[in-house]
Design a protein around this ligand. Structure first.
Ligand SMILES: NC(=O)c1ccc[n+]([C@@H]2O[C@H](COP(=O)([O-])OP(=O)(O)OC[C@H]3O[C@@H](n4cnc5c(N)ncnc54)[C@H](O)[C@@H]3O)[C@@H](O)[C@H]2O)c1
Length: 342
């Protein structure tokens, strides 16, 4: 499909590599405020697409069907409404936008012009999280009412992140929040957050946070995270515990998924103080052909062709962004925030 790539910085490498892996994606233009960056990516990936520093000119010269947006968060809404109005279906890097108002405008524009707008959330296309979600759907565990996600990664990035306000919540937590929504199949309704910058932090603001989200299905999600926690690092995908009425399931964020259920949920005479639990078999899955960035991009292109809706469509991804921005609001106001109010 005739495709334009806007934003040719670091993450565009993951997109261009994925596009080559998937096949059938023809780049007709590469755009960046820095035209040299666009030219360099075209050369690196052997593309004949011309480089532009003017999005308007690129859209009218090349008439693309699809736009991939890899610009910075503050530019997403502006770039995407322009591409949608030029007739493109758009897939944008996370986050959907940098404010709820901007996100609403993008979702409304996509509906108005009848084009698909979706967000790249690569962690949903990880075979292990898919297997973990299978575990949470096993009837042996009963219904899942509580989910814990722990993210402790002592990342020394330097650069803009070192100076950024709410660095964990705005730069990273959206991934873990979107994973939680994928696992629970629910939206947040109310979010509480305590955020702080620990002593010795190499960030200026908000390197650690604890967030509790009350979800639309009555379940509760609890997040503990830090960019500033040396030793015993978790997976970048976070470390998970889900509790159902009859059992629990763990995922270490790597390849280990485990579940246990009580042998007798309703024992005669009340049973023992702590009831016996046994392992639950989690079915194996066929391996996924495309994972991570490639998984999300392949689904987007396939659903645009078929007219179906991709899993990460923005009208739904809006609620993952809402979780991050409500957490920021809650930390600033020091009170819980209703998602509907934002
Ligand atoms: N999914 C992931 O795991 C993951 C990882 C890293 C970054 N990201 C996301 O990818 C996006 C880009 O991050 P990055 O690390 O590549 O940043 P970057 O700064 O390396 O690159 C951004 C590029 O966009 C260009 N740009 C900015 N505004 C533009 C505009 N209006 N029009 C055209 N070009 C414009 C810049 O000149 C720059 O070349 C961000 O939204 C970030 O959150 C996602």
């Amino acid at each position: 499909m005739r495709t334009i790539l806007v934003g040719c910085g670091g993450i565009s490498n993951s997109w261009l590599t994925a596009a080559q892996e998937i096949g059938g994606i023809e780049f007709v233009a590469l755009v960046d405020l820095d035209k040299e960056a666009a030219r360099a990516q075209a050369e690196k990936y052997g593309l004949e697409a011309p480089a532009y520093d003017d999005l308007d000119a690129a859209l009218s010269d090349t008439k693309p069907e699809i736009a991939f947006d890899c610009t910075i968060p503050a530019a997403h809404a502006m770039v995407d409404t322009q591409c949608l109005r030029a007739g493109c279906h758009v897939l944008v890097e996370k986050p959907l936008a940098d404010s709820m108002a901007a996100a609403r405008e993008v979702v409304a524009t996509a509906a108005e012009v009848g084009r698909t707008h979706a967000v790249l959330q690569n962690r949903r296309y990880n075979p292990e999280i898919v297997r973990y979600r299978d575990a949470l759907e096993l009837s042996e565990l009963g219904s899942i009412h509580t989910l814990y996600g722990d993210f402790f990664v002592p990342a020394h990035f330097g650069g803009f992140r070192a100076e950024m306000d709410h660095v964990l919540l705005l730069d990273m937590a959206i991934h873990t929040f979107d994973e939680a929504r994928f696992l629970l199949g629910a939206r947040p309704s109310r979010v509480s957050c305590h955020e702080w910058n620990p002593p010795g932090s190499w960030y200026t603001h908000g390197a650690s946070a604890i967030v509790t989200a009350e979800m639309s299905d009555g379940s509760v999600f609890n997040y503990r995270g830090s960019w500033c926690a040396e030793g015993h690092m978790t997976s970048w995908e976070a470390e998970w515990r889900a509790i159902g009425t009859w059992g629990s399931a763990l995922w270490d964020g790597h390849s280990q998924v485990d579940a246990e259920r009580v042998t007798d949920p309703e024992p005669a005479n009340g049973g023992d103080l702590v009831r016996e639990a046994v392992g639950v078999r989690i079915p194996e899955r066929e391996s996924m052909r495309f994972t991570g960035h490639a998984g999300c991009i392949e689904e987007f292109v396939r659903t645009v062709r078929s007219g179906e809706t991709p899993m990460t469509v923005s009208s739904d991804n809006y609620y993952s962004l809402a979780m991050s921005l409500c957490a920021v609001e809650s930390a600033e106001q020091q009170r819980p925030v209703e998602v509907e109010q934002l």
